[in-house]
Design a protein around this ligand. Structure first.
Ligand code: NDP
Ligand code: 8X3
Length: 256
C-alpha cells in the first residue's frame, strides 16, 4: 500500500464503466474505493487489483437507494482515507424496462429514480463535507445522451438522466466557492451490462441494441474519466458528450 497516493471513489464498480474505471485508475497508480451491491464481484476486483497494481483497494458493499447504508459506508472510511480522497465518480445507475409512458411499470420508474437521482444525491451529500474539509475535490457525474435528448419509450430513464445533467450544473454553481470541480459525462450507446439490466435478460433485445455498428466499450469511458481527472488544477471539463462514431444523436445510427 502506498500511503501518500490519492483515492478515487467510484460508485457501481461491479461491472461496466465503473469496473473499467477502477482498473484504469489502479493501473495509473491511484488508490481505489469501489461500491456496488454484488459483494462477490467487489471482492474479486479487489483481489485482482491488489495482486496486479499493489495500490490500496477499499470495497463498500451497499445499495445506493438506501440512505442509511450510504451514510454508514462513507462514515466507515478512516480520516486518513477521507483526507486523500480527491474524486467521486457518480456512476451507479440503470435503465429498467423500456415502454411508452402510458404502459410504464411503477416499480421500474421507482428503481430508476431512486438509483439514478436519489442515490446520486445521497452519496454526494456525504462526500461534499470531505471535499470541503480538503478544500478541493472533483465530482464526476455519469449522465447520458439520454440526459441531453429524449427518445421513444425512454421517458423515465431520460428524465432521470436529465436530472443528473441538471444536478451537475447546479453542483458546479453551488460548490464553486469550495474549490470543487464538477464534470458531467454523457455517453452514447456502450456495450456493458446496461442493456441486460434494461431488458431483464432478453438477449434478443440486448443483441439488437448493439447490432450493425461498433458501440462504445467501458474502457472508452474509463480513459475519458482519467483524462478529465488528469487536467491541471486550473482546468475543469464541465460537460462532455462521448458517442460511438456510428451514432449521431440519441436515435440516429449508421448501421451496416
Ligand atoms: P452496468 O450495468 O454494467 O453497471 C451499472 C453499475 O451500477 C453496476 O456496478 C451496479 O452494481 C451499479 N448499481 C446499479 N444499481 C445499484 C444500486 N441500487 N446500488 C448500488 N449500485 C448499483 O452499466 P454501465 O456501466 O453501462 O452503467 C454505468 C452508468 O452509465 C449508469 O449510470 C448508466 O445509466 C450510464 N450510462 C450507460 C450507457 C450505456 O450505454 N451503457 C450510456 C450512457 C450512460 P450492482 O448491480 O452490483 O449494485
Ligand atoms: C444509455 C444510452 O441511449 O440507451 O444511457 O439511453 S441510451
Amino acid at each position: 500500500m502506498q500511503n501518500d497516493v490519492k483515492y478515487i471513489l467510484i460508485t457501481g464498480a461491479t461491472s461496466g464503466f465503473g469496473e473499467a474505471t477502477a482498473i484504469e485508475f489502479s493501473k495509473m497508480g491511484w488508490n481505489i474505493i469501489v461500491t456496488g451491491r454484488r459483494n462477490d464481484r467487489l471482492r474479486q476486483l479487489k483481489e485482482n487489483l491488489i495482486k496486479k497494481y499493489k495500490n490500496d483497494v477499499i470495497t463498500l458493499n451497499f445499495d445506493i437507494r438506501n440512505q442509511n447504508e450510504v451514510i454508514h459506508a462513507i462514515q466507515s472510511l478512516s480520516e486518513d482515507v477521507k483526507r486523500k480522497t480527491h474524486v467521486l465518480v457518480n456512476n451507479a445507475g440503470l435503465a429498467s424496462g423500456r415502454s411508452p409512458i402510458d404502459e410504464g411499470n411503477v416499480e421500474d420508474w421507482e428503481q430508476m429514480i431512486d438509483t439514478n437521482i436519489k442515490g446520486l444525491l445521497y452519496i454526494t451529500k456525504e462526500v461534499i463535507p470531505i471535499f470541503k474539509n480538503n478544500k478541493s475535490g472533483h465530482i464526476i457525474n455519469i449522465s447520458s445522451i439520454a440526459g441531453k435528448e429524449n427518445y421513444q419509450d425512454g421517458n423515465v430513464y431520460c428524465a432521470s438522466k436529465h436530472a443528473v445533467d441538471s444536478l451537475s450544473n447546479s453542483m458546479r454553481i453551488d460548490l464553486l466557492k469550495h474549490g470543487i470541480k464538477v464534470t458531467n459525462i454523457a455517453p452514447g450507446a456502450a456495450n456493458t451490462e446496461f442493456s441486460i439490466v434494461r431488458y431483464k435478460g432478453d438477449l434478443n433485445k440486448v443483441n439488437a441494441t448493439y447490432e450493425g455498428y461498433l458501440p462504445l466499450v467501458a474502457q472508452d469511458i474509463a480513459e475519458t474519466i482519467y483524462f478529465v481527472c488528469s487536467r491541471p488544477k486550473h482546468v475543469t471539463i464541465n460537460d462532455l458528450v462521448i458517442m460511438p462514431s456510428a451514432q449521431a444523436n440519441a436515435t440516429l445510427f449508421n448501421k451496416l
